[in-house]
Design a protein around this ligand. Sequence first.
Ligand code: NAI
Length: 297
Amino acid sequence: MADLGYDGKVAIITGSGGGLGREHALLLASRGAQIVVNDLGGSVSGEGGDAGPAERTAKEIEGLGGVAVPDTNSVATPEGGEAIVQTAIDAFGHVDILINNAGILRDKSFHNQGPDLVDPVLDVHLRGAFNVTRPAWIKMREQGYGRVVNTSSNSGILGNFGQANYGAAKMGLVGLTRVLAAEGAKYNIKVNALAPIARTRMTEELLGAFAEKLDPKLVSPIVAWLVHEGCPVSGEIYTAAGGRIARFFIGLTEGYFNADLSVEDVRDHFDQIRDPEGYTIPSGPGDEIGALLKHFS
Ligand code: NAI
């Protein structure tokens, strides 16, 4: 089969001055996409700002024969999100691909997480995705085409100690992904979520012995496939780490039904309620309601 290309496609990649975003940008640019390299250039905890990272990635792409413009607006405000999308429109006339990747960390156990740790993390990861996606979405709807990837994390999907702020934001992105997948379907806009594991400045002290195996380059191929026009799925969650790609999904157990349900029934059938045997993977609320209706008929 032919190699995958992105000629004529314009991609915004937030937080692509370094780490995973830079790898996504380099891969898509090498396959013909025109790139907006957005990065505020702050610290891992989101302090400060520096035009250097965005400019360096954009120059690197140009040095390799690709096309890119740097953008240093913050995803954390609606004005910043508008400005990032405007950079794409001014430079390339349209936007086809958005990879919400910008991120910061402010870890502490929950009882120590005040608003100074919670608000900035929600602002960058969760509100940041709203801020950039909404202006891009309006363009994508008008043109009847779009591909969006939201960067989630197993910290939220599975729950990781000390990351209530980050985990909630990252699981919020799963909800956003699924609703946008439903809303985007009739406009040929596909929206998926990514849960990566990679060696970057964000994780260099956390990954331990496996760090050397977790090259961020190995995350970019699934991202590139999810934003390709041939991508067959929407509303799904993929995990990528060190060359292994897999799918997370939300399953529904067969459950227990009793039209005269009591609290003792719940206690007595709790194993059956929890039993994953025969689970289904609902693609939307309609599938869950469908499974319920069979008990009523
Ligand atoms: P990184 O720190 O190298 O990259 C994040 C980038 O986002 C930085 O370049 C930073 O300057 C930029 N950024 C931060 N706030 C911004 C803002 N307000 N506006 C624009 N840019 C901003 O870290 P990494 O690992 O590459 O992270 C990329 C994404 O992947 C993040 O969303 C992170 O939460 C997520 N992730 C990473 C994992 C890993 O193992 N590295 C695991 C799970 C999720």
